[in-house]
Design a protein around this ligand. Structure first.
Ligand code: GDP
Ligand code: MN
Length: 420
């Protein structure tokens, strides 16, 4: 502190004390945040975990893993709704949903992205010809674009992301950022020091759905280069979302690296304190607050379980992100600098957003989309899936990272569980 004038040093200490008081307050119910939120229709519901039994975490891991394996071994086919839309005779004359395939990708990932697109085409899109949006903050090369055009059945849009939307804002305190990233790096938080990764997570949290090209669409299916899709889909998944009033669809749910989201929950509670009406009375609170399987994570993340839907596959409705609760909340998050002072992923951001601001019955677990992104795989016992071992998740030592059992136990209604 030697070089800082005493007056400024005193101010800094004062600011530190005030922010500590606020942090402590938002974590305790005395501030009203563990308190009642509610609506006239459903009555109040508390933003607390509803099942605080204490069991040894290792036991919970085993129980949850067993539960999930039983669920995945159950033979299923596709959602048993009577409104599935089958592949049309002529996909080019088909009245598609307002939807697109979406990938943020670098030129050097051409080979990997083509590999994944071929699978998506074979299993799904050759039957419907949905368009694709390719996003990049750098210009796509001719080689990339022609490589893509050779494998897609729908229109391909190659879109540039403006630097203003991609780069970190200029008010980020670079000194603090560097210090914090060194700290996270020393705690083995992946990508901590890679600014482009922070940009990517921020862009997927709050930017992409307002890209001029994406504004014309409502639904997107996000995919990533190098991921695998194992099951034939013989219905239009976007129409499924639309006709069944779904906002968000996922396959895999996981715990996160707790050090990467230490202040995500406290910042969210600050937002909720100022905007209690934003909270959906039928939100997925337990999924977000669970503290049984990995209590150390919930503790380190200041009350957030770190459970999230893995966003490298997701099918969702961008109008939800564009709506006031999500967009106000995520701009508040952004204003705190957490995308750069920490390493918030877009997956926990999407999950906390839909878990708090949307009806949990509008979140759909796509059990019939067998999927792999290293190192996790998820496949049900489904006759349309091939080359995928049923109920396989991953290596034994990673099974405590699986969060799906919490979704199944705490958030799915009977009708959701029986939809397959
Ligand atoms: P991980 O899955 O968390 O290890 O992250 P990935 O490296 O797979 O990145 C997530 C997605 O963002 C992938 O689709 C990448 O191709 C894409 N991506 C990551 N960083 C960048 C970047 O700097 N520029 C572009 N254009 N795409 C990126
Ligand atoms: Mn990835």
């Amino acid at each position: 502190m030697a070089s800082i004038p005493r007056k400024i040093a005193r101010l800094m200490v004062f600011a530190l004390i005030v922010s500590t008081i606020i942090l402590v307050a938002v974590n305790s119910s005395s501030f009203g945040l563990g308190g009642w939120f509610g609506s006239a229709q459903t009555g109040p519901r508390k933003l607390v975990f509803s099942n605080n039994k204490s069991k040894p975490p290792e036991k919970v891991v085993e129980e949850n893993y067993k539960l999930l394996q039983d669920v995945l071994m159950k033979p299923i086919l596709e959602p048993k709704t009577d409104n599935l839309v089958r592949p049309p005779a002529d996909p080019d004359q088909y009245d598609r949903a307002n939807a697109t395939m979406l990938v943020l990708v670098r030129n050097r990932e051409l080979g990997q992205v083509v590999r994944t697109i071929k699978q998506i085409e074979k299993k799904f899109n050759s039957k419907f010809h949905y368009p694709y949006v390719f996003l990049n903050e750098k210009p796509f090369t001719d080689k990339f674009m022609s490589g893509i055009k050779a494998v897609v059945s729908g229109t391909a849009y190659f879109e540039h992301i403006d630097a203003a939307d991609w780069e970190q804002p200029d008010w980020i305190d670079v000194k603090k950022q560097n210090q914090d990233m060194r700290q996270l790096d020393s705690e083995n938080v992946g990508y901590a020091k890679q600014v482009s990764y922070h940009n990517m997570c921020r862009y997927y949290s709050l930017g992409f759905y307002n890209h001029p090209r994406l504004r014309q669409f409502k639904y997107y299916w996000r995919f990533e280069p190098g991921t695998d899709y194992y099951c034939d889909l013989n219905y239009d998944v976007f129409k499924f979302m639309e006709l069944n009033n779904k906002t968000y669809g996922f396959v895999i749910a996981l715990y996160d690296v707790e050090q990467s989201v230490r202040t995500l929950w406290p910042r969210t509670l600050e937002y909720l304190a100022a905007n209690p009406a934003a909270l959906h009375p039928n939100g997925a609170y337990d999924f977000l607050l669970e503290n049984q399987q990995n209590p150390h994570k919930t503790k380190e993340a200041n009350g957030y379980s770190t459970c999230h839907f893995w966003s490298n596959f997701e099918i969702a409705d961008m109008d939800f992100y564009r709506s006031k609760p999500y967009s106000d909340w995520v701009s508040y998050l952004d204003s705190t600098g957490g995308f750069y002072y920490e390493r918030w992923g877009d997956a926990p951001v999407h999950s906390v957003g839909v878990g708090l601001f949307e009806d949990r019955d509008k979140i759909h677990w796509f059990r019939d989309i067998g999927y792999k992104h290293q190192p996790y795989t998820l496949c049900s016992n489904c006759p349309t899936c091939s080359k995928c071992k049923t109920a396989e998740f991953t290596y034994d030592h990673l099974k405590d990272q699986n969060c799906l059992a919490n979704w199944w136990k705490y958030e799915m209604s009977e009708s959701q569980r029986n939809i397959y």
